[in-house]
Design a protein around this ligand. Structure first.
Ligand SMILES: [Cu+2]
Length: 259
């Protein structure tokens, strides 16, 4: 490095350059984020009423930890350069500083308390008592498929007029859907990234999850738990459509199965 031979100019330049790079990166990132309405970085599209809550929490945690990361790494770099071993310079000994220790304990504690309370609030909205369901259905995982059961005209599951499909999950948009999640054999995991939901399907336990979709479209259901040799092909297809289209599909599928 050019400046390092000439004494102190080199390290200082490196620190200045690093600081400028950090500030520049942060400025770029925030400008980019501000320019995008409905901020979404790295995450797939969110299609439920609760997805924005989870995304917001994700970005809050990412910003807090991001700022702390940059500050800690920048301080580390400064200290590495500034207090490096130099001929003729003796090490200084310190026995701590109560004020500094208090500050670096209290600030993280407050941050963690804030994150705990914020995430608890989101958790209770997403996974607390579900709102009254418009549609109830059952998803039973097995090696290596998703068995879907819809209630028939009576609106109740496990009656004569139920409709069952394999790997085809249809949901009406803007309706609250309660999913009873089961497993026939081993532990699977029901994962729809666009729902921001991942729930284990455990034999002997019926899991409950609810969604209210905000957009129509076609998505995929992945099994997110290594459940055997065919795990890679345990893939379901999710269609979110209007209530009319959903009811028409139910009727049509029922007619096809009867015929
Ligand atoms: Cu599986």
């Amino acid at each position: 490095m050019r400046g390092s031979v000439g004494g102190r100019a080199g390290p200082r330049r490196v620190v200045e350059w690093a600081a400028a790079a950090c500030v520049g990166l942060l400025a770029q990132a925030s400008a980019w984020a501000a320019g995008h309405s409905g901020l979404r970085v790295w995450l797939p599209e969110g299609v439920t009423t609760t997805a924005p809550l989870i995304d917001r929490l994700f970005y809050v945690v990412l910003s807090v930890t991001g700022v702390v990361f940059v500050l800690v790494e920048a301080t580390l770099l400064v200290f590495l350069v500034r207090y490096r071993r130099r001929p003729g310079r003796r090490a200084a000994y310190t026995h701590g500083n109560s004020l500094v220790e208090l500050v670096w304990t209290v600030i993280p504690a407050l941050l963690l308390l804030f994150l705990t309370m914020d995430s608890q609030r989101v958790w209770s909205q997403v996974r607390g008592t579900p709102p009254p369901a418009d549609v109830e259905l059952e998803v039973t995982a097995e090696q290596f498929a998703w068995n879907i059961r819809y209630a028939g005209a009576d609106g109740r599951l496990h009656t004569e007029d139920d409709l069952t499909t394999i790997n085809q999950l249809h949901l009406p948009v803007q309706r609250t859907v309660l999913i009873h999640l089961k497993s026939k054999d081993v532990i699977h995991s029901f994962f729809v990234p666009q729902f921001r939901l991942k729930q284990d399907a455990v034999p002997g336990i019926t899991g409950r999850l609810w969604v209210s979709a905000t957009t129509t479209g076609n998505f995929e259901i992945a099994c997110a738990e290594l459940c055997g040799l065919g795990h890679y092909r345990m893939r379901g297809f999710l269609t979110i459509e209007s209530l009319e289209a959903f009811q028409a599909w139910l009727a049509q599928t029922k007619a096809e199965q009867a015929g």
